[in-house]
Design a protein around this ligand. Sequence first.
Ligand code: SF4
Ligand code: SF4
Length: 430
Amino acid sequence: MVPEPAQTLPAFHIMAKPVGSRCNLDCAYCFYLKKVSLYPDSSFRMSDEMMEDYIRQTIEAHRVPQVTIAWQGGEPTLMGLDFFRRVVEVEKKYIRPGMRIENTLQTNGVLLDDEWCRFLHENSFLIGLSVDGPKHLHDVYRRDKGGKGTFDKVLRAARLLQKHKVEFNILCTVNAVNSRHPLEVYRFFRDELGAKYLQFIPIVERDNDTGNQEGLRVTDRSVEPEQWGNFLIEIFDEWVTRDVGTMFVLFFDAVLASYVRGYSTICTLQPTCGQGMALEHNGDAYSCDHYVEPKYRLGNIKDDPVGVLVSSQKQKTFGLDKTDTLPAYCRECEYLFTCHGECPKNRVLTTPDGEPGLNWLCEGLKKFFAHTQQEMQIMAQLLQRGQPADGIMPILARARNQQRSKFNDVGRNDPCPCGSGLKFKKCHGK
Ligand code: SF4
Ligand code: SF4
């Protein structure tokens, strides 16, 4: 039965996978490559009929003027450029007056060329380009089917996107290796790649053969909990003193949103899940991109439109489970307002009092939240007063100068003016 409009979500997000899990690369940590086993006899190509259903249903179900049509993989460019030309035609057929449709495309960049980039620019596609840092870090895990590193190809793709003025975000997975080089990674994106929008995605990969969220062990490639915090902190400290307003780090903005508005902008930091589904090439819809497994299959959009599936009881239960399964350790945490136990797929630990469901990243998250609290509060106050967040940079610079001037005439054996109780030479005078 089709629910009444009041029972359906006004807006939602679907990640469509037109080639399923097929990819032209073989990145070591990719959980999605294993999903090939879900569809053993498939051609892994979304039909034009299915593509049209997906777009029409998504547009029809939205009750807000902004609609995002998201393409992901596997590697969606394997569908070929003509498929996306037809996508744009179908969108024009169904768009309603006053509506704005934005296409997003997540890609490894390998197949992009001038013709692709001209098309992406002309049709205002927003690209998510996967890069893990400079060559020696990117090539550790992001390799092709012959085992060769892919950095040179992705750099070429970034330059092509820039040449054609295509807007792109960097999607950087943070793993056991590149997490130890935060500033090198950040400065590479800022100074060498010329990127402005960065999304850091922690690798927390369950150690099993299914690619499902089963078992409590994580692989050695996964980022260490404390290292995730250190990685974010080192980048934050550089960003907050010189790059606010010119570089955009999704995680920082998402935490700041919790301080400003009381809720975050990304699902991992929201109290519930359920507003984003994954759509396989054959029309099967799943609760989330990270839960494409039989247990979380909601149905097929040939039988029930996307608006019905995203508002179904099964999906609501999936969404509420995020809060309902939180251990007391999280419910009593001072950072619950911004963390909410982070993504359920990463909850593989037990709390110090033995309750299951603690997030693998907790130690690092706590460290980051504690370290950035003061600066987040300053930026939130600026924004609440209608001033830009970059006003924090002169505030911090003044504070640093005052601190320095306090130390000018201090003798090496005097007590440190910072109040630590140590001698100056053992503290700020080191
Ligand atoms: S499971 Fe994780 S990625 Fe999926 S909706 Fe929930 S928080 Fe987001
Ligand atoms: S910081 Fe740790 S304890 Fe606090 S809500 Fe997040 S995962 Fe739970």
